[in-house]
Ligand binder design. Sequence first.
Ligand code: AMP
Ligand code: GLY
Length: 426
Amino acid sequence: MNVLLVGSGAREHALAWKLRQSPKLTDLFIAPGNAGTAALGANLPLNASDVEGLTRAAKENRCELVLVGPEDPLARGLVDRLAVEGIAAFGPSQSAARIESSKAFAKALMERHGIPTARTAVFTNRTDARNHIQGLEKPPVVKADGLAGGKGAFICDTKDEALRAIDMMMGEQAIFGAAGRTVVIEERLSGREVSAHAFSDGRTTLPMPYSCDYKRALDGDEGANTGGMGAYSPPAWLDADTARAIDERITTAAVNAMMDDETPYRGVLYPGIMVTPDGPKVLEYNCRLGDPEAQVLLPRLKTDLLEICLAVANNRLQEMRVEWSEQACVAVVLASGGYPEEYQTGFPISGLAQLEPDAMVFHAGTALAKDGSVVTSGGRVLTVAALGDTLVEARAKAYRNVQRIHFSLRHYRRDIAAPAQEARVQ
Ligand code: AMP
Ligand code: GLY
């Protein structure tokens, strides 16, 4: 079977690597892919948001399944467009993807179905939003309703900061364009964050193991918010009761709620959770795999990913048994110095052939130079991942291999899955 995979990050390289292990796979196309995916299939020079171009490519290359990595093509209706052509897809429809592409939609869904989340108010009028903030007891979190490339949440320490966020989004500047015209103002929660993920075909929900990512650029959770600087799985600190509560009251509950509301959810659902003193609460729902969470989950997946994707696309997930390795996995992101702000690209990457045999490297911002060598081409450049019988072992192996890869101005966090932090009590 030919498959088209959409996206260009380390998540997509990990998906390509896992798909390649399937005896069912014939040709793999990746649009647009990176230097890593080029070794596993054919990269197609297309924009991952070009719904028409992607649909045409799927048809031309006789792909029977399209796997969509990032949220943007999902929010643009790629899965619906493919359905018109009779091409199966792994990912939610445009209306189901609203669970991520509209925070107001997700909040209304949670409210209607009693899913635990932060207290929230939604505004489309700037004056009303400002008045609401003035009347609050504590500084809130202010979020753009729509997709803002992971930059749409302002965790405010003062009300003034919150008012400024409103002005930047709803005023003339409109920093997120249409995505920020509606804002969600919510209570600031405290606790530890955990990423939940599940496969769903609309009716059946199969939760994956839990994982944690590191959003800030610098050690000790300092610096700017990024797409994610590293991850580990499983989090030993998450107790079984809380894990079960998340599975039932947050993950499965959302899939059932979407079914009840006649927008069945197919694909991967990824609730971002804050484990608060009052129990787990939803920070947001995402309509895809997390990145870098995918780089610690997919190495632990024992079942054929292509089989799972087909079961999801054909509504037969109920028949699947999905198995996971007991091993722990740690992933460290190597980024370009300066990311997520200004950074330079085009630097040669050395050491990729010198890794330990079972260490994994998933490319993101990499490109092939004319002479076939690999150079940096983005902010997050690579993820190095390793499995181990314990988290400590996985972490040691990941960092040993990180140190073998070099490029100018390389930056990575030294504290991913660090014992002190992993064991930290709330
Ligand atoms: P979001 O885009 O909604 O996932 O928010 C991005 C990040 O902001 C989350 O991963 C949290 O670290 C933080 N965050 C979001 N909502 C809240 C909240 N209500 N309270 C505290 N932190 C939050
Ligand atoms: N790791 C965060 C995200 O993928 O949204």
